[in-house]
Design a protein around this ligand. Sequence first.
Ligand code: NAD
Ligand code: DAO
Ligand code: ZN
Ligand code: ZN
Length: 373
Amino acid sequence: QPTSVKSKAMVAWAAGEPLKLETVDVAPPKAGEVRVKIVATGVCHTDAFTLSGDDPEGIFPAILGHEGGGIVESVGEGVTSVTVGDHVIPLYTPECGECKFCKSGKTNLCQKIRETQGKGLMPDGTTRFSIDGKPIFHYMGCSTFSEYTVLPEISLAKINPQAPLEQVCLLGCGVTTGMGAVANTAKVQPGDTVAVFGLGGIGLSAVIGAQMAKAGRIIAIDINESKFDLAKKLGATDCVNPKNHQKPIQEVIVDMTDGGVDFSFECVGNVGLMRSALECCHKGWGESVIIGVAGAGQEISTRPFQLVTGRVWRGTAFGGVKGRSELPDYVERYLAGEFALDDFITHQLPLEQANEAFDLMHQGKSIRTVLSF
Ligand code: NAD
Ligand code: DAO
Ligand code: ZN
Ligand code: ZN
């Protein structure tokens, strides 16, 4: 029978405060749960967003992190789909296969554990993390900034053990989100013209996705021009800095593309840019996909005539990918050399330096920092 383990973790005690290194007690997995030893974790903008206090669902104290890779350490009663030693990627969007959402065939947004996950709790309404008996909350059902974490079985994708976890951890969020948004949500076709707003881990993955879909033109937009070289390497045909133009960026893109793009992707979380991304779409058919997460209370707006005249506004979570049934194949495609992950890993740091990873992100110096244990 597994017992509680001591785990090194970076704890978010309060919004706006740096994470603090702590030794946390991680309780054994209950029925239907799995304890995972995390090997590596990426740091995504969403972690920074929650730490900032802008996330309406942010709960403290919590262990952040949701872009991890690890190895199953122990399993609770009734767990059948993974066993000790399996390599896994934690899923913030689980896949139970039996809820209305899973059975619909129309969405990846499994709702089986939505309520408790949103409250930082396991499905039984309790937490597995504590310090001196004081509960610490889970985050996005993952909490990968901890050496050991506990997840529901339905929140784990079992992957090929040959895949380096220090790399494929990025498939736990950023890379899958960007690539999936292009392939699943937009369904970009060969020859299409695409605009990508924001060239962080998400936007650059959308560029890769567009290149793999054989888009004819890929316009990459960022106010930080140091992102342009990598965008071009990954397939961007044009790079645009909105600050270099007098006109609104949507007008610049419409002029560049004989009336607008077939698809645009907002990968920043800025509601003004979401409007630009919609309005640079071609009249009659252009579609804009919102990926970025905006701050609490923010709203999007445009003239309804933009939609009346055929533009489409949609959004996507985790690129529409169903984690348990579809993510293992992304790992296989990575192993087969279809796309690289090296380019994204601009920094590697020990877990203890997670705050530096946030600094690098805020300074625009990193695409992804991968923390290891
Ligand atoms: P990031 O911070 O690494 O990248 C953001 C990029 O946007 C940076 O290159 C920055 O220079 C650029 N940018 C900022 N303001 C801009 C502006 N006005 N115009 C053009 N470019 C601008 O972030 P990331 O990790 O790539 O995440 C991007 C967004 O996606 C975040 O909002 C994150 O919360 C969200 N996200 C959504 C999902 C989802 O499933 N929908 C998943 C992961 C992340
Ligand atoms: O099912 O209601 C729900 C919530 C699903 C969570 C999807 C979150 C996607 C956006 C957050 C960014 C992920 C890092
Ligand atoms: Zn993320
Ligand atoms: Zn489900």
